[in-house]
Write a protein that binds this ligand. Sequence first.
Ligand SMILES: NC(=O)c1ccc[n+]([C@@H]2O[C@H](COP(=O)([O-])OP(=O)(O)OC[C@H]3O[C@@H](n4cnc5c(N)ncnc54)[C@H](OP(=O)(O)O)[C@@H]3O)[C@@H](O)[C@H]2O)c1
Length: 240
Amino acid sequence: MELTGRTALVTGATSGIGREIALQLGRAGAEVIVAGRDAERGARTVAALEEAGAKARFVAADMADLDSVGRLAEEAGDVDILVNNAGIFPFTPTHEQTVPVYDETFQVNVRAAFFLTAAIAPRMAARGAGSVVNISTIATEIGMPGLAVYSATKAAVESLTRTWAAEYGTSGVRVNTVSPGPTLTEGAPIEMVGPIGKTTLLGRHASPGEIAAAVVFLASDRASYITGATLPVDGGRTAA
Ligand SMILES: NC(=O)c1ccc[n+]([C@@H]2O[C@H](COP(=O)([O-])OP(=O)(O)OC[C@H]3O[C@@H](n4cnc5c(N)ncnc54)[C@H](OP(=O)(O)O)[C@@H]3O)[C@@H](O)[C@H]2O)c1
């Protein structure tokens, strides 16, 4: 299996896209560290991974809390693949946006990924290899009402991808972004993704597995000459 011997840390692996990324990385042979706040859902992801024959453990972490992010980086130890997936996506018109929700969205979507990568990427660089995959959204490319703060956080993530690729590339660490279109998850139910799915070139929403497949590809050696890229996995929505 192509990821045998690698350790992967997936944030937000207790639900939706992150859980599917964890499962597919595990099926490809990686040992998976499942991160999230919800220990019960974390245990279910770990059980599914073990059922698939993978080694896995849950580490509880609140990405809105910087101390918790630091503890996660320490408890994870040496990581070969880091997937910055945990995210929140509040729908609020700009003029109704509250400061606490604004702050929390940047804390979870940007600050946590920033300081987790700041802790882990240098350790990958010291070992001469590693892959970081960030998760963005089509909302960075197309204006979507109510998603001002969310799209701004993910635009920051895409920008960080390019900077980190420049900072760590010559040390053997690749950094890329997957930008999903509407994907059916616990956090994004059919009422939300169904109508947007109809506007894609494929005329439907995605399953989490379709997003995870792109993440696993970028994390693997098959993508050995890809870094600094943002890969749309959006049914052609941003090409339309
Ligand atoms: N679904 C879509 O249509 C779509 C489209 C484009 C991009 N995305 C992006 O894909 C990623 C996953 O989305 P999803 O649809 O799978 O969402 P989801 O089902 O709501 O899952 C979100 C995950 O993030 C974790 N999370 C949220 N806040 C956290 C916090 N403060 N600390 C730690 N973990 C936290 C949750 O874990 P706990 O609850 O256990 O903490 C959960 O595992 C997000 O970055 C999202 O922006 C989704």
